[in-house]
Design a protein around this ligand. Sequence first.
Ligand SMILES: [Cu+2]
Length: 68
Amino acid sequence: MSQFLVPDMTCGHCVKAITAAVTEADPAATLQIDLPSHRVTVTSQKLSDDAVMETLREAGYTPALQAA
Ligand SMILES: [Cu+2]
């Protein structure tokens, strides 16, 4: 489980776009998203932190890995 800060995730559309991008990269991934604090928590056996970061960037966002 890794937590990412995505400051440019600002609305429900962003939540949907991010959820779609990550679940496309790993259909078994689970996401917890807190929109007010711009936090995305991803649990995935398949995706490394770097792979999640790259997926979020490709979706048009600017993620930062949060220290655990
Ligand atoms: Cu949005």
